[in-house]
Each structure stands twice: as structure tokens, then as C-alpha cells.
Design a binder for this molecule. Structure first.
Ligand SMILES: [Mg+2]
Length: 268
């Protein structure tokens, strides 16, 4: 069996202090076994590259909630249908570009009379203070290509309805509000999984996430895992066959990935 592991970052593989140390054993095991770890996050290309390098992986990744799949050149020994070439990657693009997206988001929020502050609107130091990210990570987080992230005091249901009415997708991440074009993590996961299935006969896709913006990713994998949050709660994704973790964040991640890789196929 060839395992392909898709994972969210915030609240899933990295904890509130942006540490993934608790998942070290599972990460090493994945690496030693040669199974790809695909970061699939609301984070930007730059932020994901930062964590990917820090954890020592070099597999494809999915940025900004499914807006783009980045496949290192030469990773697959065939041309990727529909991909664009961007700085060493073949990129499958599903997202709307930032500027036109932002103009639409701004209009809706102003129409609702909601005060908001976007990542791009904050200075690097403001964002660092607000999010707990280091200055360097805050700079990477601001560099959004396909999604608008903002903070505002507003009911999720009001925002969901307003953005949906305009053909945009709204999701609530662990800390902020996210808006993007009509794409989600699921579309990108499926596109990438189909490439792995062209190479390997028996692919088993695993997905780990902790909040609603992971729903489509979990619905698109063979083995979905809901990761426990710091307050002990767990998202009820309503996805068939979803497994839950006992441990919180990367502790739970470690526990489930080690369990799966130990070939306890009764889990599946
Ligand atoms: Mg998360």
C-alpha cells in the first residue's frame, strides 16, 4: 500500500505555539518509508514552503485552501495536464487572483457595515503581534495570492450567507475568517491524488484536519481523521468513516499516523 497523507497545518500538525514537535516520530516514520506528506492549508505558498523545509519534506503541496497545487518539477515523470510553470513548480490553479477577489470582499463587508482588518492591510509587526507568528512568518502570511483573510466580530452564519450569495466561499479557520473563489481543498486533493494513482497501483489517501475548512479535504480521502482541538472538542465533519484522535493537535496526529503506518488495516 502506498500512503499519501494530506494534512492541514494550523491546529492539526502544528499547535497553538506553532510547534510540530509532538508529531516528530510519525513525521520521521513517513519520511523513512518514503510516503508523501502533502500540506493542504489556508497558508500561502511561502508559509508552506517554510514548514515543508523545516520538517524536511519535498513533496507537492496545496496552498490557500485548495487554490493551487504546487508540484516540484520532475516529481512525476510525465507532464502535468493543465499545469503552469512557476518558479520550479508545475502549478494547477483553481483560485481567483487576489486583487479581483479583494474588491468583491470589500464591497460585501462594507455593505454589511462590518469593521474588518485584512492580513494584507496589517503591517508585518501588527500581524505578528495579533497572530503570534514571527515577523518572518507574518511577512509570508501576508503574501496571499488567492484568498482574503480578515478579522472581524461577526457571526459566521451572516458571513457565510453574504459571501455565498456572491458566489464566493467563506470558511472559518482556527483564528480568522477566510474568503476565496469557488474552490476548496477537495478539488485540489482529488487532482493530486489522481496523479499519484497514475504512478502507484494501490494508493490509500489519508487526510487530517481540525476545522470546517478541512471538510472537503476529508471528504476526498479514503481515510479521514478529525484532530482534537486544544479545548478538547472535535469537529463533527459528518464524513463517512471519519476517525477521531485522542490527543490534541500534533499529539493526535502522531498517534493516528503511527497507528496507520503500523499496518493495522482493521482501522480502515
Ligand atoms: Mg486548522
Amino acid at each position: 500500500m502506498f500512503y499519501v497523507v494530506y494534512t492541514d497545518l494550523d491546529g492539526t500538525l502544528i499547535d497553538e505555539k506553532y510547534s510540530f514537535k509532538a508529531a516528530s516520530q510519525a513525521l520521521e516514520t513517513l519520511k523513512n518509508r518514503g510516503f508523501p506528506l502533502i500540506f493542504c492549508s489556508s497558508k500561502t505558498r511561502g508559509e508552506i514552503l517554510f514548514y515543508r523545509e523545516k520538517m524536511g519534506f519535498s513533496d507537492p503541496f496545496i496552498a490557500e485552501n485548495g487554490a493551487a497545487v504546487y508540484i516540484p518539477k520532475g516529481y512525476f515523470d510525465f507532464p502535468i495536464p493543465g499545469a503552469q510553470s512557476v518558479e520550479g513548480f508545475s502549478v494547477l490553479e483553481f483560485g481567483l487572483d487576489y486583487e479581483s477577489l479583494f474588491r468583491r470582499v470589500e464591497k460585501i463587508l462594507i455593505g454589511l457595515g462590518i469593521e474588518y482588518e485584512t492580513f494584507k492591510g496589517m503591517s508585518v509587526s501588527e500581524l505578528s503581534l495579533d497572530s503570534g507568528l514571527s515577523l518572518m512568518e507574518a511577512a509570508l502570511a501576508k503574501d496571499r495570492e488567492y484568498s482574503v483573510i480578515f478579522k472581524a466580530e461577526c457571526e459566521d452564519s451572516i458571513l457565510t450567507e453574504a459571501f455565498r450569495g456572491e458566489g464566493l466561499i467563506y470558511t472559518r479557520g482556527a483564528r480568522y475568517h477566510h474568503v476565496m473563489g469557488a474552490h476548496d481543498k477537495g478539488v485540489s486533493v482529488n487532482a493530486l491524488s489522481s496523479l499519484f494513482r497514475m504512478v502507484y497501483d494501490e494508493v490509500l489517501t489519508v487526510g487530517l484536519g481540525d476545522s470546517l475548512n478541512d471538510l472537503e479535504m476529508l471528504a476526498s480521502v479514503d481515510l479521514p481523521i478529525s484532530v482534537r482541538r486544544p479545548d478538547g472538542s472535535i469537529e463533527d465533519f459528518g464524513v463517512k468513516g471519519v476517525l477521531e484522535t485522542e490527543g490534541v493537535g500534533p499529539i493526535g496526529w502522531n498517534e493516528r499516523i503511527l497507528g496507520i503506518l503500523s499496518e493495522k488495516t482493521d482501522l480502515i
